[in-house]
Design a protein around this ligand. Structure first.
Ligand code: CS2
Length: 482
């Protein structure tokens, strides 16, 4: 066990971070501490939690510090990044978010607001103009959505002189920089008359949206971890973050107002971020979803428990090799076999206790990033992606169980913004086919293109029925043998 002590406060705050959850605190904050150790600079972080007070209150009570517990199968080490200079709740003080974005001292805005936090409609592939929050922000109320805050902040910054700025998405989305830029621009275009024109010109002139790929498995914290950290530190930490030893950050090097030396802390600056993103979102996240849904249906509370069983290990390997791998181009400096063998080790880290219900949560938005493209590519080659279909069937079985089917406690613990709509679809569906059609074709939950793939939808429907009639292992065998 090692404890790396707190190393002093940064000299200024050049970064505003939106989304003060565990992932940010175990990822960007840790890289920023490493960067500051290598080269001092004004790169402290002002952290904004979207709604919850838990982390903000604890940070203020703990002198803006918390610990990261790096948990390997047989050891634990603690570090205290200590890079935050302030923290507040964005929903309580939206005008303050805008004021910080307008402030020339802030040079980078980083985001971890989850796949669900961008106000994006997969059905229209644009900013969701039916979303109540986006509509309120467009009307000019104090902005509460992430895109509303960014757009209103960019407007205020343009009016205040227009100092260069970079907005860096750190969420698991394809081309996350471009995606964020597109949505901010769409918001500004929606404003009446020429209200958004100055901000749009400022975006052209002095704002960049680099893409980045982030990776570190960060489970939810637990009371047991708090007790363990208290014993190790000899002090109370209400918000320790558990994390695996592995960590990766690949970033496009396009920073308008400078950046910390994140590379000194192990980040990779590369022109191949798109490849890193595909590799990670499909091989890791896509397979993670399969493990989570099938695992929960087999009664596995954690990912390591699930991947430790033969049927799920076989299904994971098959989806990885047979269906995700053919859909990606690997970054030139990553060896695919080594990457995959690391994945199995990482998923198998039982000391971490990553819950299947955590990975299974928000599937309606996460799966939209993970499955449609590889599925469409396989279908385009004339191949049925049976294990991707099984992933979707697992998701539907967990979140939209048909009458008489009990998916178990771990599935019941999964939350999802589409949960009510899914339940309504399940309540009136006759069988798996009918359910798959309603969700994939009618609701277009995974976008318009997959909505038109009848053979895929029918295969998902078959597998939903196999799961509820003969159990999840029979469905795995069915998909593997097909
Ligand atoms: C997981 C991710 O919850 C999920 O859907 O797949 O949070 C995963 O653990 C991280 O992306 C790893 O970097």
């Amino acid at each position: 066990m090692t404890i790396i002590a707190d190393q002093g406060r940064p000299s200024g705050a050049g970064i505003l971070h939106l989304g003060l959850g565990s992932f940010h605190r175990a990822h960007q904050a840790v890289y920023t501490r490493g960067a500051l150790q290598a080269a001092d600079g004004p790169w402290g972080i002002i952290g904004v939690a979207s709604r919850s007070h838990t982390v903000v209150d604890a940070l203020h009570a703990q002198d803006l510090r918390y610990s990261v517990a790096t948990i390997a199968p047989d050891s634990i080490s603690l570090s205290v990044p200590g890079v935050h200079t302030d923290a507040f709740v964005g929903a309580d003080e939206p005008a303050r978010v805008v004021a910080h974005i307008a402030d020339a001292d802030i040079r980078i805005i980083t985001l971890t607001v989850t796949e669900n936090g961008y106000g994006y409609s997969p059905a229209t592939q644009h900013l969701d103009l039916d979303d109540d929050g986006i509509r309120a922000d467009l009307r000019g109320e104090a902005p509460r959505t992430t895109i509303g805050q960014l757009a209103r902040g960019v407007q205020a910054r343009a009016a205040a002189g227009g100092a260069p700025l970079s907005i860096l998405s750190c969420d698991n989305l394809a081309a996350n920089g471009k995606h964020t830029e597109k949505l901010v621009r769409e918001f500004l275009h929606e404003l009446p008359d020429a209200e958004g024109a100055d901000a749009l010109a400022f975006l052209d002139r002095a704002v960049t949206f680099p893409s980045s790929m982030v990776d570190r498995i960060v489970p939810a914290t637990t009371p047991e971890l708090r007790t363990r950290v208290r014993d190790l530190l000899g002090a109370d930490d209400a918000i320790p973050v558990p994390a695996e030893p592995f960590s990766m950050w690949a970033i496009e090097d396009r920073f308008a107002g400078g950046r910390p030396a994140w590379d000194a802390a192990g980040a990779v600056f590369t022109t191949e971020v798109g490849r890193y993103e595909q590799m990670k979102v499909r091989l890791l996240n896509g397979t993670h979803s399969l493990i989570a849904y099938l695992g929960a249906l087999r009664g596995a509370h954690t990912i390591p428990e699930a991947i430790g069983t033969d049927p799920i290990a076989q299904a994971a390997l098959a989806v990885l090799r047979g269906e995700y791998e053919p859909s990606i181009r690997m970054p030139s400096d990553v060896d695919i076999r080594e990457y995959e063998s690391q994945l199995f080790e990482r998923w198998g880290n039982s000391a971490l206790g990553h819950r299947t219900s955590q990975v299974g949560t928000d599937g309606s938005v996460k799966l939209g990033q993970r499955i449609p493209e590889p599925a469409l590519l396989a279908l385009g080659r004339g191949e049925m992606p049976h294990l991707i279909a099984l992933t979707v069937a697992g998701y539907l079985s967990c979140l939209a169980p048909l009458a008489g089917f009990d998916p178990g406690a771990d599935a019941a613990a999964m939350t999802d913004p589409a949960r009510e709509r899914l339940r309504a679809a399940a309540a009136s569906a006759r069988d798996g086919h009918d359910l798959a059609r309603r969700v994939i074709a009618d609701m277009q939950l995974f976008g318009t293109e997959l909505a038109g793939q009848d053979a895929f939808i029918a295969r998902v429907g078959d597998l939903v029925d196999v799961i509820r009639r003969r159990g999840v292992d029979a469905a795995i065998m069915d998909a593997l043998d097909a």
